[in-house]
Write a protein that binds this ligand. Structure first.
Ligand SMILES: Cc1ncc(C[n+]2csc(CCOP(=O)(O)OP(=O)(O)O)c2C)c(N)n1
Ligand SMILES: [Mg+2]
Length: 326
């Protein structure tokens, strides 16, 4: 069992993520958040498990389901929320929105809307880290649906190849939540054992229960340590479930039954970790309530901060569009 004492602090952060996401859904319905919104509820153990295994100077990439990654890497909730509100105090200065969070100072390289489009970027970043002579690693979170894009296969081929000479410290994390929008894995993948698909590119992989923080964390520690020591890519398929719709507009959800969602909710990752912590005597009712209250206050403060922040100024329109010459 991974160290439960430190799991308590990750439990606290998972509670914050869940509460944060509930508030974003509410703000979207009230018209406070524009554009689009994909929440992470149900999948918290995956990001928390992997981010807990990262070193401060490691880096990560993900898709548009990105709020949790930023929060778990330590971005201030106020800056994350303000970005969703399109405000100048946002993490991307109000010009990226929900799908394009970015916090380079905390090793978070985004937040991308094109399915699979971030995988080649993560691959290049992993190569660069070794090329520059460091032992840092790059994590790339991706969905089950992203595994069926050309970018995935082209990137994995190069990752396998570069790994042969120790030039690709890339950890690939498949967040298998069972669906790509309204299409199930079974309807879209010829091989539904997603972890096994990495063997085509000589990349070691394993499949784990993505609802159990401790299990994810152990797999993450193994994968990160392997990538760091060998410079080879490694992959983990975390089997998880998204409790909310694909995005804020996915209300009816004809592609899955209420019973299926209820069944999955019985293995809520936050309650599972709470159970472990209570069994170990590390959490009781009063402490759990205090953690919920702390999350509540942090999220309400983030909302106030976002409401109070101005939108980006018209002059900011052209800022940050082009990089500066080195
Ligand atoms: C290249 C591309 N094709 C289609 C879309 C539309 N689209 C947005 S999300 C999504 C499903 C992706 O599913 P998955 O990778 O499993 O991630 P999840 O949403 O389950 O986290 C699709 C098809 C897109 N954004 N980009
Ligand atoms: Mg999916």
């Amino acid at each position: 069992m991974a160290d439960l004492q430190s799991a308590l602090s990750w439990y606290r952060r998972m509670v914050l993520v869940r509460r944060f996401e509930e508030e974003t859904e509410r703000a979207f319905r009230r018209g406070k958040i524009g554009g689009y919104l994909h929440v992470y509820s149900g999948q918290e153990a995956v990001a928390a498990g992997f981010i807990s295994a990262m070193r401060g100077d490691d880096i990560c990439f993900t898709s548009y389901r990105d709020h949790a990654i930023a929060l778990l890497r330590g971005s201030p909730p106020g800056a994350v929320m303000a970005e969703l509100y399109g405000k100048a105090a946002g993490l991307a200065r109000g010009k990226g929105g929900s799908m394009h969070l970015f916090d380079v100072g905390r090793g978070f390289y985004g937040g991308y809307g094109i399915v699979g489009g971030h995988i080649p970027l993560a691959l290049g970043a992993a190569y660069a880290l070794r090329y520059q002579g460091s032992d840092r690693v790059c994590l790339c979170f991706l969905g089950d649906g992203a595994m069926n894009t050309g970018a995935f296969h082209e990137s994995l081929n190069m990752a396998g190849l570069w790994g042969q000479t120790g030039h690709c410290p890339l950890v690939l994390i498949v967040e298998n939540n069972g669906y790509a929008m309204g299409t199930s894995v079974a309807r879209s993948s010829a091989v539904t054992d997603l972890a096994s698909r990495f063997t085509a590119y000589a990349i070691p992989s394993e499949r784990v229960d993505g609802m159990d923080f401790q299990t994810v964390r152990l797999a993450a520690e193994r994968a990160v340590a392997d990538a760091r020591a060998s410079g080879r890519p490694t992959a983990v398929e975390a089997v998880t479930y998204r409790f909310a719709g694909h995005g804020a507009a996915d209300v009816v959800q004809p592609y899955r039954s209420k019973e299926e969602v209820e069944q999955a909710r019985r293995r809520d990752p936050i309650r599972l970790l709470e159970g472990h912590l209570r069994a170990a005597g590390l959490l009781d009712d009063a402490a759990a309530e205090a953690i919920r209250e702390e999350a509540e206050q942090a999220v309400l403060a983030a909302v106030r901060h976002s409401e109070d922040s101005p939108p980006p100024s018209p002059e900011a329109l052209h800022a940050d569009v082009y990089g500066k010459e080195a």
